[in-house]
Design a protein. Structure first.
Ligand code: F6R
Ligand code: MG
Ligand code: MG
Length: 423
């Protein structure tokens, strides 16, 4: 596309402009759209043919010039489509491409009689955007820097707010991210856009000044989730999370939202290592897991290791890295590889995270020992679409008012006249 190349540190142009003219920088959009449309053996993993059909559809869109580039991957039972383009966020052609992938993958899932075929497809007609139609999306638009390292976190069997404590550590805590203290641009702080996923509202607060207010909201993980974080030193968006709540969209519980988080890194933003570090610091407890109703520990792994094999989990998270190159994804594959043939850097797919995985299983097993009681299961409001309302409805006529019960139990004593008095 002929955009100028900037120095990776100063972000100043280092290549002469064509014909001596200055070229306006076009903003690139990175869109990740994901859905669970059926899987092989319960809620485990999409069939390779489903991934294949998505790849074929997106390769056609790339040939047609709709997409600049793309990569199809999965985590657990969710298909994740990474797409880059110059059409902006919420674009009909881009969302339509994803919708087509999920429709065709659903057809395959149905033909094979796979489990929960078409699970996240909640409408019959596509209205131009996947929002409210079932799939989750996270999109960001920005001026590509001289070098643009990106991380894509993708998760299964959990909810959008699962990223909140982790992103808080990365962007708000100088004891975690040294860059907040020593990188002059990171030190300017970040604006955090928080969504109230129940009442569909948003508020933007600034760190470091309002850090404690940010944490006061985010602590309520059933209502608040980080949607976006912006640099306050002019770099633009740092990260975006898919905050679509499936149960609110569908009106009933149909599975967890299995959110993605797209991040830009380095040079004024958290470095790649500052993004990955928190996954070794502690075991992150995430709501979801079995029947979307339990707390389990995030298990950082490679997509290949993301089958939820223990009690349908525990919640899996993968971290894949790409460089952007004029809107194209550059991983370990050859330069200018087309057709979605990319090899991302798989950050959690190595032995460094062995201890995090072992801890995830150990702590998840411990949580399981509490059975169907909190804190093993989610709070009541998060489970309202499970069986409890029905159980309550059935038992309603059998519930007795305790005051009435007390009255009935009051001792009776005989009066002198022989009549019976009730105290
Ligand atoms: C959680 C999930 C699974 C299912 C569980 C029951 O997001 O996908 O844990 O909730 O396997 O599934 P159904 O209700 O389909 O039998
Ligand atoms: Mg599923
Ligand atoms: Mg899933």
């Amino acid at each position: 596309m002929g955009r100028q190349v900037n120095d990776y540190k100063t972000d100043k142009p280092i290549t002469p402009k064509k014909n001596g003219e200055s070229m306006a920088k076009e903003k690139v959009t990175v869109s990740v759209i994901k859905a669970d449309v059926g899987s092989v053996v319960g809620h485990s993993r999409p069939h390779p043919s489903m991934m294949q059909v998505a790849k074929k559809i997106l390769a056609d869109k790339q040939k047609q010039g709709i997409l600049e580039d793309f990569y199809v991957t999965r985590v657990g039972d969710d298909i994740n489509l990474f797409m880059t383009h110059y059409k902006g966020e919420g674009n009909k052609e881009i969302h339509g491409a994803a919708w087509e992938c999920f429709q065709e993958a659903t057809k395959i899932a149905k033909t094979m009689k796979l489990y929960a075929a078409g699970q996240d497809i909640l409408t019959t007609a596509f209205s131009g955007n996947v929002k409210g139609a079932g799939p989750g999306s996270a999109e960001m638009t920005f001026e590509e820097r001289g070098s643009e390292p990106m991380l894509f976190f993708i998760a299964d069997k959990t909810e959008p707010s699962a990223y909140s404590p982790i992103l808080s550590r990365i962007f708000l805590d100088p004891f975690t991210t040294t860059g907040l203290v020593v990188d002059a641009r990171a030190k300017k702080g970040f604006d955090v856009e928080i969504h109230d996923v129940i009442d569909n509202k948003k508020v933007t607060l600034s760190s470091p000044e309002e850090t404690l207010s940010i944490l006061a909201l985010l602590g309520d993980t059933s209502r608040y989730a980080i949607k976006r974080i912006f640099s306050r030193s002019g770099i633009g968006p740092a990260c975006v999370v898919s905050t679509d709540k499936l149960n609110l969209t569908a009106g009933k519980y149909i599975g967890k939202d299995d959110p993605v988080c797209v991040c830009r890194s380095q040079s004024g933003l958290p470095s790649v290592g500052e993004y990955t570090q928190p996954f070794l610091m502690t075991s992150w407890i995430a709501g979801g897991w079995m029947r979307g109703s339990h707390y389990g520990t995030f298990y950082p792994c490679s997509p290949e290791d993301s089958d939820p094999t223990y009690f349908d989990g525990p919640p899996r998270i993968c971290c894949l890295g790409f460089q952007l190159n004029d809107g194209k994804l550059q991983g370990l594959e050859e330069y200018n590889s087309k057709g979605g043939n990319h090899i991302p850097v798989d950050f959690f797919g190595n032995s460094t995270f062995d201890s995090a995985r072992a801890n995830a299983i150990k702590t998840s097993k411990f949580l399981r020992t509490q059975g169907p009681f909190t804190p093993s299961i989610l709070p009541a409001e998060e489970m309202e679409y499970t069986s409890r309302p029905e159980v309550l409805k059935e038992l309603k006529p059998r519930f007795v008012n305790l005051e009435d019960d007390d009255k009935k139990k009051k001792p009776v004593k005989k009066s002198k006249s022989g009549s019976v008095d009730v105290e």
